[in-house]
Design a protein around this ligand. Structure first.
Ligand code: HEC
Length: 250
């Protein structure tokens, strides 16, 4: 009498633990993909930050910042940080497809802005890292929107671009987790979610203001920055935003 019960018991335990393990393994693979996309996003944004002086130089016409130059700088920067070359990713995998789409989006946005970048006699052009990243993320969404989404969002009171406003889930991660006094700086948050867009694996990576951010997002609060937005009055190390990565379950 007892034996069958034990077998069923063991069976249930086994099924449950293997199910839990497979979910955990699936998430590990998805987390790796999400973080690869975040790495490329950050490397490309840093590249545009590094090129600001050149982009805004009114004395040069052709800046030599073609899609080839920019993407090869991004790949070099990734390599210098021990990250894989996204162009070497296997296009038959989800990770490969997404990374290739992301790099294509970067190249297209650089190509489409050549006239602006190369215009002479204009100093500041407004082609700042955040604007570039927003455009790239939108283009990426046009390419792979049913599979994945990339976004840079921020605490509600800091949002500049309406398109960057956090959705309900992002907002709760920012307010209930990243803003908690005991949340370790830099710690990401990942979760399986179900919403109108379908089941998804979602990751948020918090971002903090560094010195370079404060010329636009720092003091004095309300004073115009060079881009024409009022400064937020942020301080060094404040939570400034979050990279948000969504991978939809297929
Ligand atoms: C030259 C000024 C400037 C600097 C420097 C700057 N930003 Fe921004 N930031 C902007 C602008 C302009 C936007 C809005 C972009 C858009 O219209 O999509 C923005 C948007 C953002 C957003 C997206 C949410 C939103 O409000 O639209 C975050 C997050 C952000 N910045 C964080 C940072 C961080 C972190 C740094 C430093 C690493 C930084 N910024 C440096 C001008 C700047």
């Amino acid at each position: 009498m007892i034996k069958p019960y034990q077998i069923i018991g063991i069976g249930i335990t086994f099924v449950f633990s293997s199910w839990a393990a497979s979910i955990a393994m699936a998430n590990e693979a998805e987390l790796k993909i999400a973080l690869s996309l975040a790495d490329v996003l950050r490397a490309s944004r840093t590249e545009i930050a590094n090129q600001q002086a050149r982009i805004n130089d009114p004395d040069i016409g052709d800046k030599g910042l073609s899609a080839d130059v920019i993407s090869s700088n991004i790949i070099k920067a990734l390599a210098a940080n021990g990250k894989a070359d996204p162009t070497a990713a296997d296009p038959s995998t989800l990770e490969g497809r997404l990374l290739i789409a992301q790099l294509e989006a970067i190249r297209e946005i650089i190509n489409e802005n050549q006239m602006l970048i190369n215009s002479k006699d204009i100093g500041f052009k407004g082609f700042v890292p955040a604007v570039f990243t927003q455009l790239v993320n939108e283009r990426f969404g046009e390419k792979v929107g049913t599979e994945a989404e990339l976004k840079v969002t921020a605490p509600v009171h800091l949002v500049r671009n309406r398109k960057a406003r956090p959705d309900k889930w992002e907002r709760s991660v920012i307010e209930d987790r990243f803003s908690a006094a005991d949340w370790p700086t830099g710690k990401l948050f990942a979760e399986n979610t179900a919403d109108s867009g379908g089941d998804a694996f979602r990751v948020m990576v918090p971002e903090y203001y560094g010195q370079a951010c404060l010329s636009c997002h720092g003091a004095e609060k309300g004073e115009m920055d060079i881009t024409g937005y009022p400064k937020e009055g942020g301080a060094l190390g404040d939570l400034g935003g979050s990279i948000s990565i969504t991978l939809y379950q297929q």
